[in-house]
Design a protein around this ligand. Structure first.
Ligand SMILES: NC(=O)c1ccc[n+]([C@@H]2O[C@H](COP(=O)([O-])OP(=O)(O)OC[C@H]3O[C@@H](n4cnc5c(N)ncnc54)[C@H](OP(=O)(O)O)[C@@H]3O)[C@@H](O)[C@H]2O)c1
Length: 290
């Protein structure tokens, strides 16, 4: 089976390329220098040339502050880019797997969100991603739209300064005696390797077309996530909760964005691990800890 991966050098994209190559798929990795998803002509041409059975779109403009400052660009990439790819997928009879976000929700529910809960995006990034989801769901004849959350992977996320949260905490622990982290935002940190495996499971299991949540099991605040990172890495750094308002968010974001993998579980296809187990695996693989 031939697979085109858009955003192939990103955190998630690179793990998908690695896993599917190891599984003997014929993988076409597409990076922004070859395919800018906001350029419709290029999208149609490059994806027609690729001739893939499955197209996975991991590309996005996802730095929330940048999206707020330039909503036109955010929509060009995250919404119209998704539309461009959906059109190309139909032209080539390809299945489109499109990655979306927990940020489509407002956070007010305060218990895990199901796929059919009503989204209420709080910022330009989240609105543009929701628009992208809707384009894919309404246009792409064969599709999975997969919402993920709090990603970390072994390849650096360039858009977020080259360090994911885990690596940033390990760096701060080496450089400082005290680290302060917010405790009022609850999410599910999710390893990109797990999402890659989950996509493979969905393809092998012939999951139904539709919308899916695919995050690790369980949830935590950023403070609790940091505490687990320091505990597993035997760090002696002092960890404290940030005071309310100590790190004011410049752009509104959900304070609770835990997702339930309801549609995967319904089809007996949920392969996501508990977040602490996935973190252990990541620390062992990337940092040789544990
Ligand atoms: N990171 C998170 O915590 C998180 C949470 C929830 C959902 N998500 C979603 O998960 C997906 C993957 O995120 P990630 O963390 O793997 O991101 P990432 O590491 O930043 O990778 C995204 C990739 O997309 C590329 N890209 C950006 N704009 C593009 C364009 N116009 N055309 C083609 N490629 C473009 C980037 O290239 P350059 O680096 O060269 O710009 C990068 O290779 C995204 O859809 C994101 O919205 C992420």
């Amino acid at each position: 089976m031939k697979l085109a991966v858009i955003g192939a050098d990103g955190q998630l994209g690179s793990d998908i390329v690695e896993l599917f190559r190891a599984e003997c798929f014929d993988v076409v990795p597409l990076t922004i220098d070859r395919l800018d998803i906001a350029d419709n002509r290029q999208v149609q041409r490059v994806l027609a040339e690729a001739g893939a059975d499955v197209i996975i779109n991991t590309a996005a403009m996802h730095q929330v502050e940048k999206c707020e400052a330039d909503p036109l660009k955010a929509f060009a990439v995250n919404a119209l880019g998704a539309r461009n790819i959906a059109q190309a997928a139909n032209a080539g009879s390809s299945r489109l797997i499109h990655i979306s976000t927990d940020y489509v929700f407002s956070g007010e529910k305060m218990e895990p969100y199901l796929e059919n809960d009503c989204p209420l995006p709080l910022n330009a990034y989240a609105n543009s991603k929701l628009a992208g989801e809707l384009f894919v769901r309404s246009l792409a004849q064969k599709h999975y739209v997969i919402r993920v959350s709090g990603l970390y992977g072994k390849n650096p996320c360039l858009e977020k300064g080259g360090l994911n949260f885990v690596d940033l905490m390990l760096k701060l622990a080496r450089e400082r005696s005290e680290v302060r982290v917010v405790d009022d935002e609850v999410l599910t940190p999710t390893a990109t390797k797990e999402v890659a495996r989950q996509i493979l499971k969905m393809l092998n299991g012939q999951a139904e077309d539709g919308l899916y949540h695919a995050t690790a099991e369980g949830s935590c605040s950023w403070f609790e996530f940091a505490r687990e990172i320091f505990s597993l890495s035997h760090s002696t750094v002092t960890l404290n909760k940030a005071e309310p308002g100590e790190f004011p968010a410049k752009v509104p974001r959900p304070s609770y964005s835990v997702l339930e993998n309801h549609n995967l579980k319904k089809q007996n296809l949920n392969g996501m691990s508990f977040w602490k187990d996935a973190l252990k695996e990541y620390l062992k693989e990337k940092h040789h800890i544990g």
